[in-house]
Design a protein. Structure first.
Length: 504
């Protein structure tokens, strides 16, 4: 009875963010535990709390130690060869098994394997944030356990997480979408409560579907996941859904003033539940939005200094905590700002920082990879006009190649980006006719698909192109279109930038 009371108390204190009282309850529960199975609940709570407080070392070391005792060991250090071997093995296990096979699969009954699945479900997010190379191993293990030992409600998250691996690690977007759908079917089969729903929605709509469906269509579902997480008392996944809502809303051109309010609200929610890890990755996006609007507390719109954060202090703190995800978000936000405000040399430096921070790996399967590639390519194209260094051409070709792949998977989200990259490349090459056609197509598609900020960028760049041809009247019109787009988006500081360029 004492064990049950203290285990429940620890879970309750965690849910309301009272971590000091939670630790007292955990210690009491462990004191009254006789068998390893008695410790399942408190270990789960301890891993949850350590991750939420941005103590990823304790979170993951505890989690992997418990998994080893459950008969599911992981190698401490892994390399690409180990990961590829496990992914290939899992793909072989999945071969010829579709949704119907899993819907008819027997149920998992082994208590240790059920707890291992539950713990792997929880750890996926923190492994992703701390050591992305292990993310495929954790995702594959959940698929392997499901096939070998049976289906459980946690299997839904396992399939969604494996979809993340397919899209971000393998670049197999159609397969990612397929296995994500299996995860949704398992969720429905178990009529799953809010806890697994919050997890599955976070991955499906934040990592997988963004590469196939319109970004705007993921937003309502991420809000559903956020609310489900709050109802279920799993604030880490409530906040994760809301974080992904914010970045997808930012990418798809939702009004900045609304995003600033949503971000401020999410920071308060993270602080209320002491979700320090999530606070760290939300903060750079919030400051980026404030810079575009015009944060009264900062002078340079390309630096993340203002109401939400001080850039140097933030970077120092996150490096000390080995929070690679937060560091990547800081560089990502600075890249967007540096390009949008025409600081191309600075943008190139920050783009290199993104590469050095291994953003592609540490933000695996996030649409931020597409945005980083997009702005990196545009930056290289801008600098290529005056600098013959072949490194710019290499960046441009890489950006166009990747965008072609992504546009095949999602024309809605990526085709206008591809056309703008092509337009800038043709402009640099002196192909005025081809460039004009590509600019016009980029503008048309960005407008039709609702990417108001990228409509603004495309019209602004078309204005620069027309000015170079000596057509100042047509150029002025394009700048006016860009100004109106940025104003509609709420980027008042960017509008001021355009006004200063024209002198009125």
């Amino acid at each position: 009875l004492c064990l049950e009371i203290y285990s429940t108390l620890a879970e309750t204190e965690y849910a309301v963010g009272e971590y000091g009282d939670m630790i007292v309850a955990i210690n009491e529960a462990l004191l009254h535990s006789r068998a390893f199975e008695d410790k399942f609940r408190v270990y789960y709570t301890l891993v949850s709390a350590s991750g939420a407080q941005n103590d990823l070392k304790t979170c993951l070391s505890t989690g992997f130690e418990v998994l080893e005792q459950l008969g599911e060991p992981f190698e401490e250090k892994v390399d690409l060869a180990v990961v590829m071997k496990d992914v290939a093995f899992t793909k072989g296990m999945l071969e010829s098994k579709g949704k119907d096979w899993f819907m008819d699969h027997h149920l998992m009954t082994d208590k240790k394997k059920l707890f291992a699945m539950r713990l792997l479900n929880l750890m996926t997010m923190y492994v992703y944030m701390s050591d992305a190379m292990k993310t495929p191993l954790v995702s594959c293990r959940m698929i392997q356990l499901t096939i070998r030992h049976g289906l459980c409600k946690e299997s839904a998250h396992g399939f969604s997480a494996y979809g993340l691996v397919c899209s971000g690690f393998l670049g197999e977007y159609a397969e990612a979408y397929r296995v994500g759908k299996i995860g949704m079917a398992i969720l429905e089969k178990f009529n799953s409560p809010d806890v697994p729903l919050a997890r599955v929605y976070a991955i499906n709509y934040g990592f997988v579907n963004v590469w196939t469906e319109p970004l705007q269509s993921t937003l309502p579902q991420l809000l559903v996941g956020h609310n489900a997480g709050l109802r279920a008392g799993v604030p880490e996944f409530a906040c994760a859904n809301m974080h992904m809502y914010l970045v997808s809303a930012f990418h798809s051109g939702q009004p900045l003033q609304e995003l600033a309010k949503d971000a401020a609200g999410l920071i308060k929610e993270c602080e209320q539940y002491e979700q320090e890890q999530m606070t760290a990755i939300v903060t750079p996006i919030w400051q980026c939005v404030l810079n575009l609007i015009g944060d009264a507390l900062q002078e340079d719109p390309t630096r993340l200094n203002g109401q939400a954060m001080q850039e140097d202090e933030f970077l120092r703190n996150q490096l000390e905590r080995e929070n690679r995800t937060a560091v990547c978000y800081m560089y990502y936000a600075r890249l967007v700002l540096a390009y949008m405000f025409g600081r191309y040399n600075q943008a190139a430096d920050v783009y290199n920082k993104c590469l050095e921070a291994d953003l592609e790996k540490n933000l695996m399967s996030k649409f931020e990879n597409c945005i980083c590639t997009f702005y990196g390519g545009l930056t290289a194209l801008a600098l290529q006009r005056t600098d013959p260094d072949p490194k710019w051409s290499a960046i441009v070709e890489n950006a166009i190649s990747k965008m072609e792949t992504w546009a095949r998977s999602s024309k809605w989200n990526c085709e206008h980006k591809l056309e703008l990259l092509k337009a800038e490349k043709m402009s640099n090459a002196g192909d005025s006719k081809g460039a004009a056609s590509a600019y016009q197509k980029a503008i048309k598609l960005a407008h039709e698909h609702g990417f108001i900020q990228e409509y603004g960028i495309s019209t602004e760049r078309y204005g620069v192109f027309l000015s170079g041809l000596g057509d100042e009247t047509a150029s002025r019109y394009q700048y006016e279109q860009a100004y109106a787009a940025y104003m509609k988006w709420g980027a008042l500081r960017k509008c001021a930038d355009i006004r200063s360029f024209w002198g009125d």
